[in-house]
Design a protein around this ligand. Structure first.
Ligand code: VG1
Ligand code: CO
Length: 543
């Protein structure tokens, strides 16, 4: 086996964002670009000689090419074994599951998640540690630092490995084992939930529709929902993964999953609808003509957790990202368990789960999960909902409305302004930072500002500090406006405005969120000066 050492020059833009390095496919296709980043990972993680890695991705365009390159680099960098999902496929939660189950040193996940794929789309790569979770900021900072000074990388000079047949092959001294991408994950799900109860629910005529959006969850949903739980074949849609996700935007929300949304709004709509994103870690939950806000979903799962076998003993605590609504905080208060508020991105939940401080966590961006893995988990959330419906025998809307009646409703919406010129987005942020001194005490309609700041977080486990995590405008009545820049976009800047108002009055609970939040939205536009500073009249996406 010959190891080639290739001279290279650093790219200065390889800073991992909210979830790994995401760029256009064409950026990754530049000579040495992917190799530089992979070598920077290897240079930063101090893997012992002979360590095992997990490798897989969401199947998007460039997945297979990248896997062959990474395998050859891993062999040259002294890894002993790599577990690869068949066909190069592993959903993000499945990769986390496999890292944990086989106690590997870590894994590399290839995905740009909810970003579009295909030759003109996006690609992404991230490293997860031995707990199965995304590398912490300390590690991603080290990777970025290494990428700025890299001068060479190594790979073995050998032919490609077959990814399609299960089994073991050699790449020089390194073993490549192609594993079933679905079975370990399916076993884990069966160990958490009451599959018998869900099977009975489905057999009893409860109709579901799951939209895999032509992305990675197709094979997982087919195995779990159809084969193990007996859902009919027409319960699944878009279940064959495509390299370009069928030209769609694999982001499960009301804008990008219009097909499912219209099915769920029809007169003869199924009882339950759900969708997942490109890499299988997000979920959207719908009832008949009913949308469940992700922040409410998290709160509801926490409130109902003891109905689920895995959580029967109760929750150690819960966590949510800062922009996520405080609905789960109210549940935590009632359950008398701690609730942590972290910056955006799953990497901040890992330490809390490893330390046993939280069992469930979630984000407003259609992400929910638990300590069964260290990633958010789309199908897990779907199964949780099905299990809880099987236990409560109520409709989705009834369950949510009862929750609001008990805890009050944290009315919630997010406005995304995508692909803004970076300077315009920064002007909004600068304007907000400059307003901190004068905002408190100002009245906007019925909302009076109490406090505004730039969120920073001290990790309660390792003491690390993350600053600049989003601007918070907090109102006297507990309502909030949050503004932050996305760390996953690949075109210009994406600015997100998060709106939350708390309403205990059941008489208002039937209101559409956009109606209920109308005055707060006006306040947000006035405070941010968004229209004046960016020229944008309308958001790109409202969730
Ligand atoms: C977005 C979401 C964030 C999520 C991240 C990764 O990040 O807001 O909550 O953790 O995507 O999700 P940002 O920085 O663009 O707001 V995934 O499913 O794209 O891995
Ligand atoms: Co995702």
């Amino acid at each position: 086996m010959s190891v080639l050492t290739i001279a290279t020059q650093a790219f200065l833009d390889q800073k991992p964002g909210t979830s790994g390095l995401r760029k256009k496919v064409t950026v990754f296709q530049q000579t040495h670009y992917l190799e530089n980043f992979v070598q920077s990972i290897f240079n930063s993680i101090n893997a012992p000689q002979g360590a095992t890695l997990v490798l897989g991705g969401d199947g998007r365009y460039y997945n297979r090419t990248a896997i062959q390159i990474i395998l050859k680099m891993a062999a040259a960098n002294g890894f002993g074994k790599v577990l690869v999902g068949q066909g190069g496929i592993l959903s993000t939660p499945a990769a986390s599951c496999v890292i944990r189950k086989y106690q590997t040193f870590g894994g590399i996940i290839l995905s740009a998640s909810h970003n579009p794929g295909g030759i003109d789309g996006d690609f992404g790569i991230k490293f997860n540690g031995s707990n199965g979770g995304p590398a912490t900021e300390t590690v991603t900072d080290a990777i970025f630092a290494a990428s700025k000074v890299i001068t060479q990388y190594q790979l073995v000079d050998m032919p490609d490995v077959s990814l399609d047949t299960l089994g073991v092959s050699q790449l020089g001294a390194m073993t490549v084992e192609v594993i079933d991408a679905v079975s370990d994950y399916a076993e884990l799900m069966a160990s958490l939930f009451d599959f018998t109860a869900i099977r009975d629910l489905l057999a009893g005529g409860f109709r579901i529709k799951f939209d895999a959006m032509h992305a990675v969850t197709g094979p997982y949903a087919t195995e779990i929902l159809q084969h193990r739980l007996g859902a009919s074949a027409d319960s699944l849609m878009n279940a064959v993964p495509l390299e370009d996700f069928g030209g769609g935007h694999p982001d499960p929300n009301l804008t990008y999953a219009p097909e499912l949304v219209s099915i769920m709004h029809a007169d003869d709509a199924p009882d339950f609808g759900a969708a997942s994103d490109g890499d299988g870690d997000r979920n959207m939950i719908l009832g008949k003509q009913f949308f469940v806000t992700p922040s409410d979903s998290l709160a509801l799962l926490a409130a109902n957790a003891t109905l689920i076998p895995a959580y029967r003993g109760g929750l150690a605590g819960v966590a949510r990202s800062m922009p996520t609504s405080a609905a789960v905080d109210r549940v935590a208060l009632a359950l008398n368990i701690p609730c942590y508020e972290t910056p955006t991105g799953w990497k901040f939940f890992g330490n809390l789960m490893d330390a046993g401080k939280v069992t469930l966590c979630g984000e407003e961006s259609f992400g929910t999960g638990s300590d069964h893995v260290r990633e958010k988990d789309g199908l897990w959330a779907v199964l949780f909902w099905l299990n809880l419906i099987a236990a409560r025998r109520q409709t989705v809307a009834e369950i949510v409305r009862e929750h609001w009646a008990q805890y009050g409703r944290n009315v919630y919406s997010r406005y995304d302004y995508e692909a803004l010129p970076t300077a315009d987005a920064q002007a909004v942020m600068a304007h907000l930072l400059a307003s901190f001194a004068t905002l408190p005490g100002q009245q906007f309609g019925k909302y009076c500002v109490q406090h505004s700041d730039d969120f920073s977080y001290t990790d309660p486990v390792d003491g690390s500090v993350s600053t600049g995590q989003g601007i918070r405008i907090l109102f006297v009545d507990g309502s909030r406006i949050i503004v932050r820049l996305s760390g996953t976009g690949t075109e210009g800047a994406t600015l997100r405005i998060y709106l939350e108002a708390y309403d205990v009055d059941v008489a208002n609970h039937h209101l559409d969120a956009q109606v209920a939040l109308a005055e707060l939205i006006q306040a947000a536009l006035q405070i941010t000066q968004l229209q004046q500073l960016t020229g944008r009249e309308q958001p790109t996406v409202i969730t």
